[in-house]
Design a protein around this ligand. Structure first.
Ligand SMILES: [Zn+2]
Length: 272
């Protein structure tokens, strides 16, 4: 009787570059500047993904709109955002000892560091730069900018090339007008705001992990004697700077691409 055919042994995996062991999420360090409800949800998601090195910074008080994603609670209203978020993170995972001290954030020589900045809109003529800590200019920056109900995701750039308010204003100038006030689109946008913020936070968490892993992976290969890929300012598929994305509620998704406009930049940060 013929034996039923069984799959044969799988071919042995080919030996790759020497890699002692894959990086772990505990090696990722994230500095958060600005802790609105979306950024707070991002911090919680990163913790859920195993990131324990969280440095959270924003001393402004928790306000009613900050309760949207459910990280801050009504009892936190009026408390400093960073204090409330630290307490929440510790309660979720006792291994996490978050701090609020940018000066304690490791330098970019340690692979796996990412800076996340979430800022609000600045009025025209309201100043060229925010109050910002002195950071290693090589840290990758994942930045999100809130502007009149929309969210602008600037491409990931080194901290040295972070967008200033003039760059953000000029880039946002090319966007489509908002939905008609009072129409169903505007009503859905208002209803869905917490859901949209939570979805955007989820996407950003994956982006932050990918940016950190990129550096950690290169570092692992370097220690195994394999040269790392060329690092530097990220480039778009056509060799130009990548575009920003307008993440307008209510629908989460990839967003509308916007060309970066750094032509009005007076602070020099836009110079690659
Ligand atoms: Zn600028």
């Amino acid at each position: 009787m013929p034996l039923p055919s069984v799959p044969g042994p799988r071919p042995a995996p080919q030996p790759g570059p020497h890699r002692p062991e894959p990086p772990r999420p505990e090696e990722v360090h994230v500095l958060l500047l600005g802790l609105d409800d979306l950024a707070a949800a991002l911090a919680v998601l990163l913790l859920r993904c195993g990131v324990l090195g969280l440095n959270v910074n924003d001393g402004s008080p928790v306000a009613a709109p900050d309760l949207g994603t459910g990280v801050y609670r009504p009892a936190d209203l009026g408390r400093p955002r960073d204090e409330a978020l630290r307490r929440r993170l510790r309660a979720l995972d006792p291994r996490c000892v978050p701090v609020s001290a940018p000066e304690l954030f490791p330098g970019a020589l340690l692979p796996g560091t990412v800076v996340v900045r979430s800022t609000g809109h600045v009025r025209p003529g309201g100043g060229a730069v925010w109050a910002e800590p002195a950071l290693d200019p090589r840290h990758p920056l994942v930045s999100l900018h809130h502007a009149d109900g929309a969210l602008l995701r600037w491409p990931t750039v080194p901290w040295a090339h972070r967008p200033c308010p003039d760059c953000l204003r000029a880039t946002l100038g090319a966007r489509e007008p908002d939905p008609v006030p009072g129409g169903p689109g505007a009503v859905l946008t208002a209803w869905a705001r917490p859901a949209h913020a939570a979805a955007v936070a989820g996407g950003l968490a994956v982006e932050v992990l990918a940016v950190a892993l990129d550096a950690l992976w290169d570092d692992t290969l370097e220690s195994g004697g394999v040269p790392a890929a060329q690092r530097g300012a990220p480039e778009g598929p056509d060799g130009r700077w990548p575009r920003a994305r307008l993440l307008a509620p209510p629908w989460p998704g990839d967003g509308t691409p916007l060309e970066l406009d750094r032509g009005l930049c007076l602070c020099g940060l836009g110079q690659a």
